[in-house]
Every structure is written in C-alpha cells, then in structure tokens.
Write a protein of this length. Structure first.
Length: 532
C-alpha cells in the first residue's frame, strides 16, 4: 500500500487558524505547557488527535516525584542515567521536582482539591535516594470519576485512581482559563520558513488539512511510540513487545521533529514489565501483571509481599529474578537475549508457572487504559474472569510440561530446585528476595505465556534544559519545544513517578519559554493571501 501523502512543510499562502503557542497533545505535559504559556500572556491552542482527552497521563498512578533537596536529587538522577543525559537537563528536572509541591498547591485551587505529600525513597540505592517523595491529589470534593471519565479503565476502582484525580485538576485549570482545545485533530507536519524556523503546523480536522500559525512557538507533548510496532522493530532488539499503554501514542511527535532535523535519544529505553497477551487476538493491549511493591537492593523486599510464581524459558528453565527491585521497569530486560544457534528469542514468550494456592492469593492481571472501545468495569470478578482466560491448568507437572511443550524432566527439576530454595530460604542463583518466595507444590498447576510489555517509551527528540528541541548538530531548532515522554530524560534506569515529574517540569518550562518569544511577523504571508 502506498504511503499516505503528507502535506508540504513550506509556508502556505494562508492560515486557517492561529495562536501564539500551539501545543500538540493533551496529557499532563501538554496541559501544563498550555497553562503556563497562557499565564505568561500568550494565546494558546491545544491539539489532541484522539476523541477523548488525557492520553496516557490519565491512566497513570498520579504520584509525581518530588525532592526535598535539588542537589541530592540531581546526584541521584545523574547516577540512574549513567551518562546518557546532560547534567544541565537533569539538574533542571531536579530543581523542578523541588518546586513541585508549591505548583500542586497552586493548581489544586481550581478544583478545591486536597494535596497529599509523602516521603518515598528512590528505586535504587544511589546517592540522594532519601530526598525523594511523591505529591498527588488525594481528594476532590464532589468528584465522580466514573461519570466524568467513562472512557478510562483501571485495575483499581476508578475512584481510587490518583491519575484520574490529577487530570481532573488539570482540566479544571484549562477550563478556568478558557484555553482552546481541539479534540480529534491530529497534527501532521511542522511548517518552517526558509531558514528552518518553526512557523506553525498542518493538522487534520474533520478529514480536511488545516494550517495553523504558531506566532511564537510549537510545543510537542504528544507522547511516545508504544503503539507503533514498526518504530519498535527498528529501535528495540527484543520482539515482539506488547503495548499495555495507549493506542494514541504512535510516535507522531518523533517523526515531526525528525522532519525538521531533530536528533534523537533514548530510543531503546522503555518502561516495562513481563506480562500477558489477551486470548482474543484482536485485543490491542498487552496486560501487565499485578503491581508489586518496589524494594531497594540492600534493604530487602517487604515481608508481607509474596510472589507465587516463577518464570521459565521455552526450555523450562528459570533465568531471572521474578521480583527485581522495580518490577514494573526492569523485569522485561532479561527476556531480550537472542540465541544465535536457534536464531530466536528463547525467552519470548516465556512461561509463568504457579500452583493452586498461588493462584488463589490474588488476581495476577492489572489492565489499565484510556480507550472507550475496550471499556471494562473494575471488580474482583472481572479480573478473575480475565485471568481464567489467560491461565492454563494441569493436574500434574507432567501434564503441565506437555501443555507447555517442554521436557518433563527439565520442568520437574526446575520446580524441585525452586522448592528446595524456598525451603532453604535463599535463591542462590537469581537473588529473588527471600520473603517473596513461595513453593509450587499443590496441584492443580497453572501456566501462562508472558511477553515483554511496554508501559511507556522514553525515546524521542533531544531537548536542552529549556526544553528546546536540539538538531543533529547540537543546535536548537527555532521555536520548537518538547515536553513529557516525547524524548524523556531517562536513558538508563527509570525512577517511579519520574515521567510524571518531567511532564510537569518540562511542561511548565516549555510553556513559559515559548510565551517569552517575540511573535514573528506574519503580515507578509497574510498580505500575499489577501491579494489573491
């Protein structure tokens, strides 16, 4: 099939719309950029390609990272990024994290919301870990989450979902300011002048291309590429990777930025976990396992958290710690090994194995997404029904091995070794936390295929500490900014709540900087159009 024609990047004879600052994407980052650009005196237009607002932000945990001490926070971020991100960019994020509680206090007023703040260590034992915490929206009086956002599905009852509450606060701020918003309006291509400076963009509205002039700047805040399989195939070694996040994030901002010369970074890195494929092949989302509490190496896992399964490869052997310190971020990485003899990924898919007491403990599935086409209502029964469609059962280890297609003696040895480790109170091979270890001994036995699952991507256009998009030669592209997960700062290890922090810090930085720019003179173009 031939590629869909793209509009020209050159200056048009006329513009169908205009604003001082045009923001692409209506999640946390785009909304905060719009709020701050407006408050700095600019007229603002937000474009959102999907019919419903919120993007991936509305399904987030809603706990935004903060620090008590910006310098300690910077040192920690520097360690977690291991040289993949400039100090100036990380320092700006750390300073913003210190300012975050005051910003929450400001925006919460629009909803009369109650703000919660608490200390929470970073995910890894690097310097500065104790300075971290979270800020979130604890309560909004009279807010009915289910009625307000019927298109959001959550693995917890929606009234307990902090990400939904935070987005409501954001929306109240947007409405209070009267900021213009166009839903179902995807941005297609940036428009530049002869010198390459951004002048606006082309978008699609009701099937028609419209040219929108950005008198001061364009802010790209349209997320990553978790719903773009081709981009994943070109940038990630392991494949396939299932998308558990958002169907609207197809890398549009990356392509638009590349088109005007942007450099890219962190394209390999995504926030992810091992998880499940829905039994219905038409279902577009991967399914994450139950969220396990994070723990810090050296301090040990919580004593009350049990993980009643092991993960084995397609030969039936364990190869990983099933409960690493930050399971939702790093547990997929052990699956990425390619075997040159079989010319395949022997760990994709892998198998989760557990017994009846393990299955009875809690539902192992936790789907979350913003898409009204696949809406489900949360309940214990809903999760158990989905789990039942994913798990397969056998009355013996021999039957389990037969269904999995692995050698019985290999699987039996793996399970016996695991049970022996549980009895001895130590996983000497893969370092599983002792408190999480549970024997697999009581039939019936269960297994499920598990795959790498992407919660969100980190890669995209490079930006500096001012959120200006940087070209391949290290120079800023005139009047173009990026914020949020579109070119995230995280290029090595992620810190929980970190993407949300950069949505806010990057959003307010980009919005304020964009609003400060002098408006370019469009009279020549408008006069030429009028003379025709």
């Amino acid at each position: 099939m031939p590629a869909k024609p793209v509009p020209p990047r050159t200056m048009p004879d006329r513009w169908e719309d205009s604003a001082d600052v045009v923001v692409v994407g209506y999640g946390y980052a785009g909304a905060v950029a719009a709020i701050e650009a407006h408050d700095a005196g600019a007229s603002v237009l937000i474009l959102e390609k999907m019919p419903d607002p919120g993007g991936i932000s509305i399904t987030s945990g809603g706990n935004v990272r903060i620090v008590d001490d910006a310098e300690q926070g910077f040192q920690h971020l520097k360690a977690t990024n291991d040289g993949t991100t400039p100090d100036s960019v990380l320092r700006a994020l750390a300073v913003g994290m210190q300012q975050m509680p005051a910003y929450f206090d400001k925006i919460a007023k629009a909803s009369s919301a109650v703000v919660d703040r608490r200390q929470a260590d970073g995910n890894y034992p690097f310097p500065g870990t104790k300075t971290f915490g979270y800020v979130s929206i604890k309560e909004i009086p009279g807010f009915d989450a289910a009625a307000t956002y019927p298109f959001v599905s959550s693995y917890v009852p929606i009234h307990r979902a902090a990400g939904v509450r935070l987005f409501r606060v954001i929306e109240d701020n947007i409405r209070q300011r009267g900021i213009r918003l166009l839903l179902s309006t995807p941005a297609l291509r940036l428009i530049t002048d002869e010198a390459g400076e951004i002048r606006g963009l082309t978008a699609e509205r009701d099937g028609t291309a419209i040219r929108i002039r950005a008198r001061r700047a364009v802010v790209l805040a349209c997320g990553g590429f978790e719903a773009n399989p081709e981009m994943q195939r070109q940038h990630w070694q392991e494949k396939p990777v299932l998308n558990a996040a958002y169907m609207g994030n197809t890398g549009d901002g990356i392509v638009m930025a590349q088109d005007v010369g942007a450099a890219l970074w962190h394209m390999w890195h995504y926030h992810g976990v091992y998880g499940f494929k829905h039994p219905d092949p038409s279902y577009p989302f991967g399914i994450r396992p139950k969220r396990l509490p994070d723990w810090i190496p050296g301090e040990g896992a919580r004593a009350d958290v049990t993980v009643p399964w092991i993960i084995v490869d397609r030969a039936g052997r364990r190869y990983m710690n099933e409960y690493p310190p930050y399971t939702q971020d790093t547990s997929w990485r052990a699956m990425a090994t390619y075997d040159p003899q079989s010319m395949s990924y022997l760990r994709i898919p892998s198998y989760l194995v557990m017994d009846e007491p393990g299955r009875a403990g809690y539902p192992i599935v936790s789907p979350t997404f913003n898409d009204r086409r696949f809406k489900f209502e949360w309940s214990e029964k809903t999760l158990r029904d989905l789990e039942a469609r994913i798990l397969r059962k056998a009355d013996s280890v021999a039957g389990l091995a037969a269904q999995m297609g692995v050698a019985e003696n290999v699987l039996a040895r793996t399970i016996a070794d695991w049970n022996e480790a549980c009895d001895g109170g130590r996983d000497g091979v893969h370092g599983r936390p002792t408190t999480s270890m549970v024997r697999i001994a009581t039939p019936p036995f269960y297994f499920a295929e598990v795959w790498p699952v992407c919660s969100n991507t980190q890669g995209g256009p490079v930006h500096d500490a001012e959120q200006r998009v940087i070209d391949a030669f290290g120079q800023p592209i005139g009047r173009l900014f990026a914020a949020g997960e579109l070119g995230s700062v995280f290029g090595h290890l992620y810190i929980s709540g970190g993407n949300l922090a950069e949505c806010f810090v990057g959003g307010w930085t980009a919005g304020r900087a964009a609003a400060k720019l002098a408006a370019w003179d469009g009279n020549r173009v408008e006069a030429a159009a009028a003379s025709r």
